[in-house]
Design a protein around this ligand. Structure first.
Ligand SMILES: *Cc1c(COP(=O)(O)O)cnc(C)c1O
Length: 391
């Protein structure tokens, strides 16, 4: 019976994950205000949320979502090209284009969908894609879907990217360079001025995934604005689900590129528009990011308070990795912190390369100074300092 083989297939895969300490358990996590969550009846201070500015629970953002939901309903009902293109999108796309200083912006159902839609539209079989080896899964998925030749360069190594372009660029028609602006699991910035210069020199198109940059670095405008240098990133993609506190993905680019995406990006054309409340929440949150520089500065300041306490290089974003090597160590460290009242999720392969399992600590404007001091003290205990781990 085919059902039998299907379940056997699934059980075998799960057993293999378990043997390698890679099976994941989803746990029910109830938000309990700010960065507090409840798990199994216990209150924990979360350092694992990407809600870097606390906007998901901001009263103005929540009120905008509720008002739009009451007025326009819970769902969009159709793709944007049919009847799902709510007027609320006009303000949202304008706010995004303004913050990223581009001609236009196009909003997708999620960040993942933005990359799955945009990349295969901009590159195809005769083209070349260069991608940072640590770039997010959805950049790689988009690259594979494109059927272009995909070459990886070592993490943040612009000179390796340069060498690849020197050798390979002439054999291909168009070329895309893909990187995260702020790396999601390491918190470091990509060398964007160098990559932009390379792109200019070799007629390549630079796309940055700024999921962890918007609202946090570059005065809240993202990684393209985080350097004392003048350069252009023609394709600035990101998500509305992290610092913006809502849901959805975007690509900021020229009017021509955005119009092409609206016409032909499959994940845009064949997927339903966002719920009105989600759109209204995102626009309200972006206005707060534009107008409240103190709030925007806070997550990076807290991350630097943390790296300073451990004599580490100053954090470049709101994300700080705490490397532990094996999955077993990462699981044990997370459990030890949970006992002390902190939720810091362990990150294991394949999200990070083998041998680099870690705690990924993310800081939010919604954390108090005491929250951060408490986490620092908890991590200063011997059991969490793994020999050989270089933090
Ligand atoms: C979270 C994330 C995404 C996906 O965004 P969603 O809107 O959650 O689908 C894309 N890229 C990076 C780097 C991310 O961290």
């Amino acid at each position: 019976m085919s059902k039998q083989s299907l379940d056997e297939f699934s059980r075998n895969k799960l057993r293999s994950l378990e043997r390698r300490q890679l099976r994941r358990q989803q746990r029910v996590t109830d938000p309990a205000g700010g960065m507090i969550v409840e798990r199994d009846g216990r209150r924990l201070i979360s350092f694992s949320s990407n809600d870097y500015l606390g906007l998901a629970n901001d009263p103005a953002v929540v009120a905008a979502a509720m008002e739009a939901t009451r007025k326009y309903g819970a769902g969009a009902g159709a793709s944007r090209l049919i009847t799902g293109n709510h007027a609320l999108y006009t303000d949202l796309e304008q706010a995004l284009a303004d913050i990223k200083n581009t001609e236009d912006a196009v909003v997708f159902g999620s960040g993942y969908l933005a990359n799955l839609g945009a990349i295969p539209l901009l590159a195809a079989k005769p083209d070349l894609i260069l991608i940072d080896e640590l770039a997010h899964s959805c950049l790689l998925s988009g690259a594979r879907l494109s059927e272009a030749t995909v070459l990886h360069f070592a993490h943040n190594d612009a000179s390796e990217a340069a060498a690849l372009l020197e050798q390979q660029r002439k054999d291909y028609r168009y070329c895309l360079i893909l990187t995260e602006g702020v790396f999601s699991m390491d918190g470091d910035l990509a060398p964007l001025p160098a990559l932009a210069e390379l792109a200019g020199k070799h007629d390549a198109w630079l796309l940055t995934d700024d999921a962890h940059g918007l609202g946090v670095v570059g005065g809240g405008r993202g990684s393209g604005f985080a350097f004392d240098a003048d350069f252009e990133v023609p394709l600035q993609m990101g998500t509305l689900s992290k610092a913006v506190g809502s849901y959805g993905g975007y690509l900021c680019a020229s009017h021509a590129v955005c119009e092409l995406l609206r016409n032909r990006a499959r994940s845009y054309v064949y997927s339903t528009g966002l719920p009105p409340g989600t759109i209204a929440a995102a626009t309200t949150a972006l206005n707060i990011i534009r107008d409240d520089p103190q709030r925007v500065a806070r997550p990076l300041a807290l991350a630097r308070q943390f790296t300073h306490a451990f004599d580490r290089a100053a954090a470049e974003s709101a994300v700080v990795p705490w490397l532990l090597g094996t999955s077993e160590n990462a699981l044990a460290a997370a459990a030890a912190l949970e006992d002390q009242g902190y939720l810091v999720a362990p990150i294991r392969p394949p999200t990070v390369p083998a041998g680099t399992a870690r705690l990924r600590i993310s800081f939010s404007a919604a954390h108090s100074d005491d929250d951060v001091d408490g986490l620092i003290r908890a991590l200063q205990t011997d059991s969490l300092q793994t020999p050989g781990s270089k933090n």
